[in-house]
Each structure stands twice: as C-alpha cells, then as structure tokens.
Design a protein around this ligand. Structure first.
Ligand code: ASP
Length: 370
C-alpha cells in the first residue's frame, strides 16, 4: 500500500518566536492544525541572526568582544529555555552542544574565507530555534520529528548565498520527509563535502518554497506579525490598505524592488508548480491574510508603494549636449554591469539619462570614476 501524503508547508519567522509568549502562540496555532500533514520551517528566534552576525564580525576581525557577543546569544536562549522547560530537560544538553560548536570554531583562527565561517556560525541560530521548538511542541502534545535541513537541501559552496542543486534536493526531500509533522531549519543547506551553507538573509521563505516545490504541496503559509500584505509599509505611510489577493508576478516585482514582505527567490518555485502562497498573521489569526497565486487581480486603483532609503541619483549627459541615444545607453549599461551596480529606476530625456541606485560606496565610487 502506498500512502501519499499531501503536505502544507508553514514558515515561522524570527518575530513569531522571539519570546515565550509568541512561542506559546505558535504552539496554539500548530495544535489547531494537528490533523494536517505539515512541514514546518523555522527561522532563528527574534534577532538572533543579527547577534550572530556581530559575533562573526568580531571573530573574523579578531576583536576582543567575541565572547561577549556569544554570551548575548546564550543568555537570550537561556532565558527562553528556563521559562519553557524544567531544570533536567534534555533540550539543555542539546543546546549546550550547539554552543560548543561555536566555541570550537572560535578557538582556532578564522578561515581564509570569512563567508565560510559566517555560514558555520550564523546557521547555529536556526539549529537553536528548531531544537527548542521541537522539544517545546512535544511537551505541548504536538508530535513532530526534527529533520536537519543539511540532509534535505544540497547546495554549491557559494557561502552566504548558496545555490540550490535542485535534482539532489528533490531526491533528498522526497526520500526523507516522511512523518506527519516535520520540523526543519530555514535558511540552511549543505555542500557535497558536508559543510553548512546559508541561502542569503531572510532565506527561510525560500527554504519553505523549495520544500513545497519538491513535495508538490497543497499550499505554503508564511506566518507574519502583520494581518496581511499591505499596499505600503505602515512604518512610512498612513492609511495603508490590505491586499487580499495578488498575482505571483506582482509579488516578484515588489520583492525584487525591496518590499520586505517575502524573500525575492520564494515565488519562482511556487509559480512553476502553481502552489498558492498565503500570508497569515500569527497575531490576528482571524484576519483574512493574503493569497498569492496566478492571475489574481489586485483591487483596481490600489497603488503599491515601496520605500527605498539611501538612494543616489546619477544624471549623465554629453558635454556637447548631444542627444542621448542608443550608443550612449549601451556604454552606460556596460559600465553598470562591469561595476555590478543595479538600477532601481531610470529616466531618459533628450539630453540626459538619469538613474537611481543604492548608495553603495564600494561600487559607486569606481563607477563614477569610469
Ligand atoms: N534567520 C535568517 C535571517 O534572519 C533567515 C530568515 O529569517 O529567513 O536572515
């Protein structure tokens, strides 16, 4: 007898598990889906990835405060563990071993490749969160199996921004993910030599999409603190409107141009397999949320806004005030490509061509020189 399980993939980001109250809330949500087959992807808790980034920065630059940074990460998790578990719980051992892994790295000199060290250290954030969530959910009566994302997601060795080997990843995921409720780490993969890689900041959304793609799941739900996707960031705009439905293509554009709601790589795999993506709120569980799928028209007349900070405007014209024509443009674009400068917006008039780009000192100074 072959039993085919249809899974849903749930992704919970750092904010959903940033303190004990929220962790309990995630427990409530998951218990209400006890009968469904779920793959649950967790990010690191709260701002742990940032804390670990600070630690790595201090380690690779041989600063003195490395162990202070480590202590910050330890205390953050310790407080949560003390509130959730009794003194003798085995989770404490597992968590201590994860911290030992960091300490072993810190004992030796940094690798010649800082991105390698980054991935080995920063990934521990996700191992910590999933270890804690796995044990906590068991205590709440939510049976679950913890899978190591390194056994599921195979990547190349582009540390910090690893590329997926889809063929092997597909084989691993389909062979290994078996249980009714599977928990795993977002953001993490593994090379053929068994080294941990990461998929780029905020990459857990992408992990959820990879798993959904390989398992052909019914849907993916990304649980957020906002009630739904909005037409603008409420931090910058009053009177923002919720978006109940929106097409994949529109979301790809928004994410690419910097809307913080979803990691830009998330949509392509889902679009290929026509798997709907829902944004739901872990705080307002009754709110409708947003459905992202094919050909969904947004409510007409609803403009979408993205705020991009720290932009610079470069206007280019010929000294003789000649018209800006195709051969100028082709020169300009080859320089942009050469210096890896991405254009966020552009406009051409008769005698000038203007672009808006991220103000990145490393690339812009050389570009302007050229
Ligand atoms: N923890 C990682 C980050 O903060 C990955 C993620 O949250 O998606 O970037």
């Amino acid at each position: 007898n072959i039993i085919i399980k249809m899974y849903q993939v749930f992704k919970f980001g750092g904010a959903s598990i940033e303190n004990v109250n929220r962790i309990k809330g995630v427990g409530d949500i998951l218990l209400s889906y006890n009968n469904s087959n779920l793959v649950i992807v967790f990010s690191a808790m709260g701002k742990v990835t940032n804390m670990l980034e600070d630690l790595v920065d201090s380690y690779v630059n041989k600063k003195e405060d490395v162990f202070q940074h480590l202590q910050k990460v330890k205390s953050f998790h310790q407080e949560i563990i003390d509130e959730l578990f009794d003194k003798k719980h085995s989770v404490r051992n597992t968590v201590n071993n994860l911290f030992l892994e960091i300490e072993w790295i810190l004992e030796v000199n940094p690798n010649y490749q800082p991105s390698y060290d980054y991935d080995q250290i920063v990934s521990i954030g996700e191992f910590l969160s999933t270890t804690i969530m796995h044990s906590y959910l068991l205590e709440r009566g939510f049976k679950n199996t913890l899978y190591d994302a390194r056994d599921l997601i195979r990547t190349d060795n582009t540390y910090r921004n690893a590329k997926i080997d889809w063929k092997l990843t597909n084989d691993f995921i389909n062979k290994k993910l078996k249980d009714k409720h599977c928990i795993t780490q977002g953001f993490i993969g593994c090379t053929s030599e068994n080294f941990t890689t990461t998929l780029g900041r905020e990459g857990s959304d992408f992990s959820a999409a990879i798993i959904a793609f390989c398992l052909n799941t019914d849907q993916v739900v990304i649980w957020k603190d906002v009630p739904s996707m909005m037409n603008a960031d409420p931090k910058f705009f009053d009177d923002v409107k919720p978006i109940e439905k929106i097409s994949y293509d529109e979301v790809i554009e928004l994410a690419y141009f910097g809307a913080k709601i979803i990691h830009p790589k998330t949509i392509q795999p889902l679009k290929k397999k026509k798997i709907p993506l829902y944004i739901k709120s872990f705080l307002h569980r009754d709110s409708v949320g947003t459905k992202i799928f094919e050909d969904l028209e947004i409510e007409s007349n609803l403009p979408l806004y993205i705020v991009k900070n720290n932009q610079i405007l470069i206007s280019i014209s010929d000294r003789s005030l000649a018209f800006i024509v195709e051969n100028h443009m082709s020169k300009i674009f080859s320089l942009l490509a050469l210096h890896s400068v991405e254009v966020n917006m552009m406009q051409n008039s008769a005698v000038s061509f203007s672009i808006c780009v991220d103000n990145d000192k490393h690339t812009i100074t050389d570009l302007i020189k050229d």
